[in-house]
Design a protein. Structure first.
Length: 268
């Protein structure tokens, strides 16, 4: 019976993603706008500087980076933290506490169900663009690099999920957490390398940011496909992804156990 319930939750995540199709397609295409903005920005920077390499990337490498950073950011994006805050604030969490249904399992299965729909289309889009770049613009994209990227992607997805699941526990202590979620999301967005490669901040800050879990969400998997990582660095990075997943899961468990003890259902 529990397995059947969890399968239905996974299916519900897929259905929810496809329920509002116009909104779905708008969100799916929305990541193209910042990607195009980045393209023209870096094109202007490289043309005006006259340099072959900027912040450690050639123009071709930067082209791959901005495309795959946008793709990866879309694939791993959360957003469920606002739903969790609503469950806590409005009392919806109470029904999970009195039923034999694990709330963490419910959330991750619903999240993965939604991502299953997005991932197929976004990965196909990325593959088409990379093939076009390789043929039309002679951008070197190796199939071995693409395979390493796909290997690193599940870790990035789960790491981003557990980070936001842990952060969502803040709603147990703050009645209005929307502003804080937005601020933290912006910090994570920058620190993950979704806006620019972390090397843009300089060697020292880039190393410091590389010690945080956020760099393994976008910066690390994208550099798998740009060819910036040696096989040893790639293997070490994947290990660090899963190490951070375990550590943050433990943090999330502590946050949620502490929050549930003080939780009072006032609605639902």
């Amino acid at each position: 019976m529990p397995n059947k319930v969890y399968r239905k939750i996974l299916h519900m995540g897929i259905q929810n993603e496809m329920e509002y199709r116009t909104n779905y397609w708008i969100q799916l295409v929305s990541f193209l706008v910042p990607m195009m903005t980045q393209f023209f920005l870096w094109l202007a920077i490289f043309q005006s500087s006259g340099q072959g390499t900027i912040v450690g990337y050639t123009f071709q490498e930067m082209l791959i980076y901005i495309i795959m950073a946008a793709v990866t950011g879309k694939l791993v994006a959360a957003g469920f933290e606002y739903e969790i805050a609503g469950d806590i604030k409005e009392g919806g969490l109470g029904k999970f506490l009195v039923q034999p249904l694990n709330y963490f399992a419910y959330r991750i299965l619903k999240f993965l169900g939604a991502k299953a729909v997005q991932s197929i289309l976004v990965i196909v889009f990325a593959a088409v663009v990379l093939i076009w770049l390789r043929i039309a613009m002679q951008v070197p994209v190796g199939w071995d690099s693409a395979l390493r990227y796909l290997i690193a992607l599940p870790g990035a997805l789960l790491l981003n999920f557990v980070i936001y699941y842990a952060l969502s526990g803040i709603a147990f202590w703050l009645t209005e957490s929307t502003g804080l979620f937005y601020t933290l999301s912006l910090i994570i967005y920058i620190a993950s390398g979704s806006v620019f490669p972390l090397t843009i901040f300089g060697e020292t800050i880039a190393k410091l940011l590389g010690m945080l879990p956020f760099s393994y969400i976008v910066f690390f998997p994208v550099n798998m496909i740009t060819g910036k990582l040696t096989p040893t660095e790639a293997l070490t990075g994947i290990g660090m992804q899963w190490l951070w997943i375990v550590v943050i899961l433990l943090v999330a468990r502590w946050v949620w156990s502490s929050g549930v003890r003080r939780y009072v259902a006032v609605g639902g």
